[in-house]
Design a protein around this ligand. Structure first.
Ligand code: DAH
Length: 349
């Protein structure tokens, strides 16, 4: 075998291996020369035709050719990989002049946030936060709150009935007062608030929703009067809306409190100067409350000659609407994520 053959093969691969930019093409070339039927590999099969004395030299030459090919291959591979890496880096480079994509992060539900704030105020005054069932018995939702069957007060609290006339979706959180007293078995003091869902057969509009949240409160102890309620409401609303907020009572009527009051607070919108929100009175009504009616205490096992208490209830949406300047209660229930942006804005300030 003459050197010519070796030179030929070497020249072809030297030509082949120039200017390759694709690693697959390079690997195909490796197969072409060093694969099972590769040009260099096949030289080995010719060894049987070589005279014995030349066999050693022939073998060495094949190996030399293989080494040279591999050296070419390795340096080419390194070159291609470098080029590809640079290309990738270029593509992946961050263009800091581009506007960023805003990442939307979650935010607490506004209603939950307001409820938590109320809970914090009451927890700091030694109240418990309790729970009650949304599917309620007529007995707790009405009767034991001094609203017997046929009482006209029921009209304003028409609700959804689950089974017959006895099982319903609670129209107020007030039944939790009864449940708490029954559970307390005459023990005092009772200091509880209960935030929770309530339902009414109302047509939905900007200020009505067939589902809404109330926060109920009850305190039972000795010698409790309206002035204790006044102080408590004062603390609550000053903590929620600031020290400038004042509370005032107006006489009202509820079946389960006597006397009953509406609690007004300084209009948060205008600071009490008068605006559309407060119908130019400087005050808005936020809570229904009163001194617990003796019948209610008695029916739940507390002797009204010994014990007295106050109770209150208010809508959580109403507070949230005042706090976050929302003018439609349906905002809370239509799953519009923009609602949470109220918090984004608050966080940015
Ligand atoms: N449950 C009443 C309602 O839904 C609100 C209320 C008024 C609750 C007076 C009370 C209360 O505890 O004492 O309209």
């Amino acid at each position: 075998m003459e050197n010519k053959r070796f030179d030929e093969i070497r020249k072809t691969f030297e030509k082949d291996l120039v200017d390759i930019s694709d690693i697959n093409v390079l690997n195909d070339l490796k197969v072409k020369y060093l694969g099972k039927k590769g040009l260099i590999t096949e030289l080995n099969s010719e060894i049987k035709n070589i005279p014995n004395e030349d066999k050693k030299e022939f073998g060495m030459k094949v190996n030399e050719l293989r080494t040279i090919f591999n050296d070419y291959y390795d340096s080419m591979k390194e070159k291609i990989e470098k080029i590809e890496l640079n290309k990738r880096l270029e593509n992946e480079a961050i263009d800091i002049s581009l506007p960023s994509t805003k990442i939307n992060v979650g935010a607490p539900n506004i209603l939950e946030k307001v409820i938590e704030e109320v809970e914090e105020v009451f927890l700091s005054m030694g109240y418990d936060v309790v729970d009650g069932p949304e599917i309620e018995e007529d007995k707790y939702n009405f009767e034991m709150l001094n609203i017997p069957k046929g009482h006209p007060a029921r009209d304003a609290q028409d609700t959804f009935y689950i089974e017959g006339e006895e099982i319903l979706l609670r129209s107020q959180t007030s039944p939790v007062q009864v449940r708490t007293m029954l559970k307390g078995k005459g023990e005092v003091p009772i200091r509880m608030i209960c935030p929770g869902k309530t339902y009414r057969r109302d047509d939905d509009d900007a200020s009505h929703s067939h589902q809404f949240m109330q926060i109920e409160g009850l305190l039972v102890d000795k010698n409790i009067s309206l002035s204790d309620l006044k102080g408590t409401m004062d603390v609550l609303f000053k903590r929620l809306f600031g020290d400038k907020i004042e509370t005032r009572f107006r006489p009202s009527y509820y079946q389960f409190t006597e006397p009953s009051v509406e609690v007004d607070i300084t209009c948060v919108n205008c600071g009490g100067h008068g605006c559309n929100v407060c119908k130019h009175t400087g005050f808005v009504t936020v809570v229904g409350a009163g001194v617990v009616h003796p019948n209610v205490l008695r029916m739940s096992g507390y002797d009204p000659e010994v014990w007295s208490g106050f109770a209150f209830g208010f809508g959580a949406e109403r507070l949230a609407m005042m706090k976050y300047d929302i003018n439609d209660i349906r905002t809370f229930y239509n799953a519009d994520l923009r609602e949470t942006q109220v918090f984004d804005r608050e966080d940015e300030e």
